[in-house]
Ligand binder design. Sequence first.
Ligand SMILES: Nc1ncnc2c1ncn2[C@@H]1O[C@H](COP(=O)(O)OP(=O)(O)O)[C@@H](O)[C@H]1O
Ligand SMILES: CC(=O)OP(=O)(O)O
Ligand SMILES: [Mg+2]
Length: 398
Amino acid sequence: MNVFVINSGSSSIKYQLISMPEEKVICSGMVDRIGQEGSRVDYRSFLKREPVEFSEKMPISDHSAGLQEVAKLLVDPEVGVITDPKQVEAVGHRVVHGGEKFASTQLITEEVKAKIKELFPLAPLHNPANYLGIEVSEKIFSNAKQVAVFDTAFHQTQPPVAFRMAIPNEFYEKHGIRAYGFHGTSHKYVSERAREYLGTKGKRIVSIHLGNGCSMAAIQDGKSIDTSMGFGPMNGLVMGTRVGDIDQSVIFHLVQELGYSLQDVFQILNKKSGMLGLTGFSDMRDIQKKYNADDPEARLAYHLYAYKIKKYIGSFAAVLNGLDAIIFTGGVGENDRLTRQLVCEEMNYLGIELDTEKNAGPKQAVQEIQSESSRVKLLVIPTNEELEIAKQSFSLLN
Ligand SMILES: Nc1ncnc2c1ncn2[C@@H]1O[C@H](COP(=O)(O)OP(=O)(O)O)[C@@H](O)[C@H]1O
Ligand SMILES: CC(=O)OP(=O)(O)O
Ligand SMILES: [Mg+2]
């Protein structure tokens, strides 16, 4: 079965065509900077003996135009991989917010779409783009079953002590105000790989996803019991451009004393904060260069980023009543050994001891980076949200 996976972000679409159940990637790529200067389409196909790969700059005004371009490439006589969009049998969509309604993957119906739309206010940067992706894909891949895989679903096993907030009950009951948690598809995927690898020793896992967005999950016997992101994907860890945990009185101060509008504050905390706010850069590779050149801002930012992760490891060790393994994943978690080193420093009280040489070793499906004497396994596991979405879409339909 050909499953086309769509991960629509606010200004990008990542896509993969995967043949299931063999899990063979037929083509993959990304449409980037949608609606902005310098938009482009990246495309890689692995069908022929000689893989095709290119990146083409072209004006892409919106998500609809972006997906149309990708669909054209899929059927292109020269570089294409199918002859008709009808050969796509299922489309798996990453949908960031599923609220309390969706604890599992769903076949998309008008009712499911209405619910995704209802959740726009809870994920204003993500759900509208995901919704648009669904609408456009229904037109292009009109033969395919459309499936929604929710970032929040994996975290629906959290107990009320973890997800409820101490505000008047009516806000939860009438308005759904609680912690949800995100990146669930990634936390699920890497924690399952870890549990396969560790067997009975994988009961208490902390999964650390560090990409542009960053979050952690406490996972007990394969189930998420707590997570660092809360009501929205702005909370918890320091991220590329998002602030993470912040004292709520700062928001009142910004509005009441410094005269910012709520809209301004939203932009500041979502788009101008995090590593960008501290260093002027949001890409960890840029910040690492400055760190290595002893730039004081970059040094503070790196230490602050790691410090926050350490604090969550401590609190998740408490809620899990101990730790068996820690997973590092996402663009930063998989590639940035400096972050891993700073996070694991002086954590031997919790049985966490990094081996610097192993930490610098080559990437593997599961890379162990702890020392011989470490009680806790430290694992680097590349995430694959697209494959997880394809697997879940396939299993729902078969
Ligand atoms: N080799 C590397 N060293 C350090 N950071 C890296 C490396 N490769 C990628 N990254 C970082 O990973 C982040 C992007 O992660 P990714 O998981 O792709 O993000 P997202 O899916 O949220 O857009 C960027 O901050 C980038 O700098
Ligand atoms: C939910 C979320 O933060 O996603 P991303 O990291 O893709 O922005
Ligand atoms: Mg990501």
